[in-house]
Write a new protein. Structure first.
Length: 255
């Protein structure tokens, strides 16, 4: 299906979503959230798609939420606009697919929040990151205040949130917001290589690692450990047995 705010392409078990409103630096609007939720619904029905790469067209990944749409909203409308963003990004975290943010340019405000909702981030050396909402007299609305300190620590998060400063890709890498830096022309190649590496692993183990790791953040350490034990045990007499046999027999596993 064709969408007006992004382009979807498929290559085997990998799906690439390219944000495609370059005239507005790929700003997130209500139309995007409507379309992206439709896409996620379809994706949730496809076991053959295991990795999703999100990137941007032009010089931005996503430069933020669409201020032109936001400016005249009431408090109730603002609440709903924030809620649809929070619900959409949380939905990505619950899905079995692995989401990779391939950040090509500006990832500011809602764009940084979208990148943080992905399972990890690789970035072009030309990328920029920030949560500049305080410059507009706003706070983040798509859970930026919650995800950022979990990723980079409280001090680094509050520095970005309270100053509204934009940081370059190397600083984002230093504080742990980005996991890998590449030259701009190599970004998508590297994203696909990482997707290929992920696809070589056990499909069920990947789903469970994502699920247990994310759910564990909202649980106590002891509860998280119990989740891990159940996931670990479930792969015996199952995918894990094949993986271990393949290791001992010095062959590739037959997932």
């Amino acid at each position: 299906m064709d969408y007006s705010t992004f382009i979807v392409t498929y290559e085997g078990a990998v799906c690439t979503v390219t944000m495609n409103r370059p005239q507005s630096l790929n700003a997130l609007n209500s139309q995007f959230f409507q379309e992206f939720n439709h896409f996620l619904t379809l994706l949730n029905q496809r076991d053959d798609i295991r990795v999703v790469i999100i990137t941007g067209e032009g010089k931005a990944f996503v430069a933020g939420a669409d201020i032109a749409e936001m400016v005249y909203k009431t408090q109730q409308e603002g609440y709903q606009f924030g809620k649809i963003g929070q619900d959409t990004f949380a939905r990505m975290e619950r899905m079995p697919q692995i989401f990779i943010a391939a950040v090509n340019g500006f990832a500011l405000g809602g764009g940084c929040e979208l990148a943080m909702a992905c399972d990890f981030r690789i970035a072009s050396t030309m990328a920029k990151f920030g949560q500049p909402e305080v410059n507009l007299g706003l706070t983040p609305g798509y859970a930026g205040t919650q995800r950022l300190p979990r990723l980079v620590g409280l001090g680094n998060a509050l520095f970005l949130l309270l100053t509204g400063e934009t940081i370059d890709a190397s600083e984002a890498y230093r504080i742990g917001l980005v996991q890998k830096l590449v030259e701009p022309e190599k970004l998508m190649e590297e994203a696909k290589l990482l997707a290929s590496k992920i696809l070589s692993k056990g499909p069920n183990s990947l789903k469970l690692v994502k699920q247990v790791t994310r759910n564990g953040l909202a649980a106590s350490f002891e509860q998280g450990c119990e989740m891990e034990l159940k996931a670990f045990a479930s792969l015996f007499e199952n995918e894990g047995t094949e993986g271990m046999k393949a290791f001992l027999e010095k062959r590739k596993p037959n997932w």
